[in-house]
Design a protein around this ligand. Structure first.
Ligand code: ADP
Ligand code: MG
Length: 617
C-alpha cells in the first residue's frame, strides 16, 4: 500500500470536505496514526517503543519508502498529504491515511523528532519540532525508512496532559491498538517495547492464523473456523469461533474493512444475527473478519479517526456476512479436530471404539439409521487387542454405564451413507459413562467430551422441527385426549398472535373461548409434554425476544426453541438407549455445540490440554 507521490498541501475546498476532528486523543491514537503511515509507506517491519504509557516517549520506526528533505518538511504541515490530491480522490481511498493532519497534530502537542531516508538517498533528514514550531532540520545518518519520536506528549497543554490516564491504562490501549494492526497485517514484522521490555515480537510473512496463534494461543485457534465468501464485489474472509468459545463482551471481535480496523453498525448486527440461537444472549463469539469491497462502496470519511465506516449497500453486506458465518458454522464441525484426520484410523484401532467414521464422505449416522436391535448388539468391553484394520469394521463400545452395553455403528461393509461426515464434531467417539447422574462422558479421537444430554436433546429436537418445517414434512401426533389450558391474559395474547406459526411446527392449538386454548396435537417426539407449561414457555419466550422485525425465521425458531425446552423439561430422565441415540443424533446436527438457547451441549478437553494439566508437556 504505497502512495509514492510527493506531498502537497490540499487546497481548502478539498480540505473542507474531510471529516474534521481531533486525531490525537491519547497515546494509542498516535500509535495508530504513525503505524498507519508506516503501512502506507510499504513497510515490512515496524517497531514501536513506549515509555511511561506514551507520555514520555512514543516512537515508531519503519523500513518503508522514507522521505526526502522537502517532503519531510511538508509532512508536518496541516493538510499535507501525498495520498489524495482533489475532491474526487476522497471517494476512492486506497491508503489508510488521507487527511494529511496526523503529523501536524502530533508535532504540535509534543517534542517531535522525525528521521527519514529514502533508500536511494545517501543522507537522511532529521527534523526537530517543539509544540508545533520547527526547532532544527539537518542531514543525518539513519537507516532507510522513517522514525518518528514523540516525547513529552501534551507538555505545552497542561489541561490535556492531566487527562492522560495512568501509564497502565494507556498501555492497555496502546497494546490493543498495536495488536489490531498486527492482526490486520500479519505479513508485516512488528515489535512492541514497553519501558525497555519487548512485549510482542511478531515475525513478518505470517499468515493470519499464525498471527492469531501468536497472540491468542493454540486453544483459541483450535476453536476457530475459516470463513470465506465472495458475493458480487464483496469478499469476506477470516475466522469465527465455534459457538462454545465466547465472551461477555465484543472486545475480541476484530473486523477489518478493506484492511482498515473499522466498525460499521451493520457488521455487529450481522454477527449477532448469525449466532442467533447458537450463543446465549449477552455472549459474543471471537471473530477475525476481513471484508474487502470496491473502495467506492465504502465511505471512510465519516469519522476523523476513521474508526467507523459506512457502506453504500449495507443490506448486501449484512446478507453476505450472515450467510458466510452461518455456512461456516454449519459445515465446520469437524474442523476443530482438523489436522488429525490421518491419525484417526489408528486411534480407532487402539480403542476399538467407533461411533462415527472419520471425517470422510462416508455415512454419518443419523438417529433414524440406527435400528436399536442392531446397534446395541455388540460384545462387551474391553475390545480385544489387535482389532481389525478398518475402523468401521469394529463395533463401538460403551463402558461404565449401568449395564455396559456397547453402542455404535453397525459394521456395514463400506458404510456408505448420505450425510456428510465433515459435520460431526468427532470422527469417532466412545461413550464412557454418565457422571453426576447427568453428564455423559465421551472419549473422542482427540480428547474428552462432556455432554449435557438435556441441552443436546433440545438441540436435536430443535433441528428436527426446523428441518421438517423446511421440508414441509412436519409430523404432528394427535393427543388421545385434547388438553385445555387457561393462560394469563398477556401470555394468551402472545399465543393468540402466533398461533399460525405454532401450528406450522406441529402444535395443534386452537382458541377455546376467553384466554383458554385447546391443544389436540403435538410435534412427533414431544410425547409427555405438559401442554400448559409449553404454551406459557412459548408465549414468554416470544415476549422476551420482542418484536424483532428481521430474520425471516425468527418466530418459527423462537417457538421451536421454547417448545423443545418444554419437551425436554417434561421428560426429565432419558433412558440409556436414548442417551446413546442422542450422541449419534447430536453428531449429525448442523449446530451441535449449543442448545437452541445458546448454552453449550458439549465441553471439550483435548488430550493436549490434559497433558499440559498433568505436566506432561
Ligand atoms: P496522511 O497520512 O493523512 O497523508 P500524515 O500527516 O499522517 O497524513 O502524513 C503526511 C504525509 O507524510 C503522508 O501523506 C506521507 O506522504 C508522509 N509520511 C508520513 N509518515 C510517513 C512514513 N512513515 N514514511 C513515509 N512517508 C510518511
Ligand atoms: Mg497518516
Amino acid at each position: 500500500m504505497t502512495d509514492g507521490g510527493p506531498i502537497r498541501i490540499l487546497p481548502p475546498e478539498v480540505a473542507n470536505r474531510i471529516a474534521a476532528g481531533e486525531v490525537v486523543e491519547r497515546p494509542a491514537s498516535i500509535l495508530k496514526e504513525l503505524v498507519e503511515n508506516s503501512i502506507d509507506a510499504g513497510a515490512t517491519q515496524i517497531e514501536v517503543e513506549v515509555v511511561a504509557g506514551g507520555a514520555r516517549l512514543l516512537s515508531v520506526s519503519d523500513n518503508g519508502t522514507g522521505m526526502d528533505r522537502d517532503d519531510a518538511l511538508l509532512s508536518v504541515e496541516r493538510h499535507a498529504t501525498s495520498k489524495i490530491r482533489n475532491a474526487p480522490d476522497i471517494e476512492n481511498i486506497r491508503t489508510l491515511g488521507f487527511r494529511g493532519e496526523a503529523l501536524a497534530a502530533i508535532s504540535s502537542v509534543s517534542r517531535f523528532c522525525l528521521r527519514t531516508r529514502r533508500a536511494t538517498d545517501l543522507a537522511g533528514t532529521e527534523l526537530a519540532m517543539s509544540g508545533g514550531k520547527l526547532v532544527d532540520v539537518r542531514d543525518c545518518g539513519c537507516p532507510a525508512g522513517t522514525q518518528v519520536e514523540v516525547r513529552d506528549l501534551f507538555f505545552n497543554m497542561p489541561a490535556r496532559r492531566k487527562f492522560l490516564r495512568s501509564p497502565q491504562t494507556e498501555i492497555t490501549h496502546l497494546r490493543q491498538m498495536f495488536l489490531v494492526h498486527a492482526l490486520a497485517w500479519p505479513g508485516i514484522g512488528m515489535k512492541l517495547t514497553v519501558d525497555g521490555r519487548v512485549v510482542w515480537m511478531f515475525a513478518g510473512g505470517s499468515s493470519l492464523s499464525e498471527r492469531i496463534r501468536e497472540i491468542f494461543g493454540a486453544e483459541v485457534v483450535g476453536a476457530l473456523r475459516e470463513v470465506r465468501l465472495e458475493a458480487g464485489g464483496l469478499r469476506i474472509s477470516g475466522y469465527v469461533s465455534r459457538p462454545t468459545l465466547h465472551r461477555g463482551d465484543r472486545s475480541e471481535q476484530y473486523v477489518f474493512i478493506n484492511r482498515r480496523p473499522a466498525t460499521a453498525p451493520v457488521v455487529g448486527y450481522s454477527i449477532s444475527e448469525a449466532y442467533h440461537a447458537l450463543i446465549a444472549d449477552g455472549r459474543h463469539p471471537y471473530v477475525f473478519l476481513f471484508l474487502e469491497l470496491p473502495v467506492e462502496q465504502v465511505d471512510v470519511n465519516v469519522h476523523p479517526t476513521k474508526r467507523e465506516v459506512r457502506f453504500r449497500q449495507p443490506s448486501d453486506v449484512r446478507d453476505a456476512l450472515i450467510r458466510a458465518i452461518r455456512t461456516t458454522l454449519q459445515e465446520g464441525g469437524a474442523r476443530f479436530v482438523a489436522g488429525q484426520a490421518g491419525a484417526l484410523a489408528d486411534a480407532g484401532n487402539k480403542t476399538g471404539a467407533i461411533v462415527l467414521p472419520p471425517g470422510s464422505k462416508e455415512g454419518l449416522l443419523k438417529i433414524d439409521d440406527l435400528p436399536a436391535a442392531r446397534a446395541f448388539a455388540y460384545p462387551k468391553l474391553p475390545p480385544a487387542e489387535g482389532a481389525p484394520a478398518h475402523p468401521l469394521s469394529r463395533p463401538a463400545v460403551l463402558a461404565g454405564l449401568p449395564d455396559s452395553r456397547p453402542v455404535g455403528k453397525p459394521a456395514q461393509g463400506d458404510g456408505s451413507g448420505s450425510a456428510d461426515g465433515a459435520r460431526s464434531p468427532w470422527a469417532w467417539c466412545r461413550v464412557v459413562g454418565q457422571v453426576g447422574g447427568l453428564y455423559v462422558l465421551l472419549e473422542t479421537e482427540d480428547g474428552l467430551v462432556l455432554m449435557d444430554p438435556h441441552a443436546a436433546h433440545e438441540r436435536v429436537l430443535f433441528e428436527k422441527i426446523l428441518n421438517a418445517m423446511e421440508a414441509g414434512t412436519v409430523e404432528s401426533q394427535g393427543l388421545l385426549t385434547p388438553e385445555t389450558a387457561e393462560l394469563p391474559p398477556r401470555d394468551a395474547l402472545h399465543v393468540r398472535r402466533h398461533m399460525e406459526v405454532m401450528r406450522k411446527i406441529g402444535i395443534g392449538v386452537a382458541e377455546f373461548g376467553g384466554d383458554t386454548f385447546v391443544v389436540d396435537a403435538l410435534p412427533a417426539g414431544f410425547g409427555g409434554l405438559a401442554v400448559r407449561d409449553m404454551l406459557v414457555d412459548v408465549a414468554r419466550h416470544l415476549e422476551l425476544l420482542g418484536e424483532r422485525g428481521s430474520g425471516s425465521r425468527w418466530r418459527e425458531e423462537a417457538i421451536a426453541q421454547a417448545a423443545c425446552k418444554a419437551a425436554v423439561k417434561a421428560r426429565d430422565r432419558l433412558t440409556l438407549a436414548e442417551i446413546e441415540q442422542l450422541v449419534v443424533a447430536l453428531a449429525s446436527a448442523e449446530m451441535p455445540y449449543t442448545c437452541p438457547h445458546g448454552r453449550p451441549t458439549l465441553i471439550h478437553m483435548s488430550f493436549k490440554e490434559l497433558a499440559r494439566k498433568f505436566g506432561r508437556e
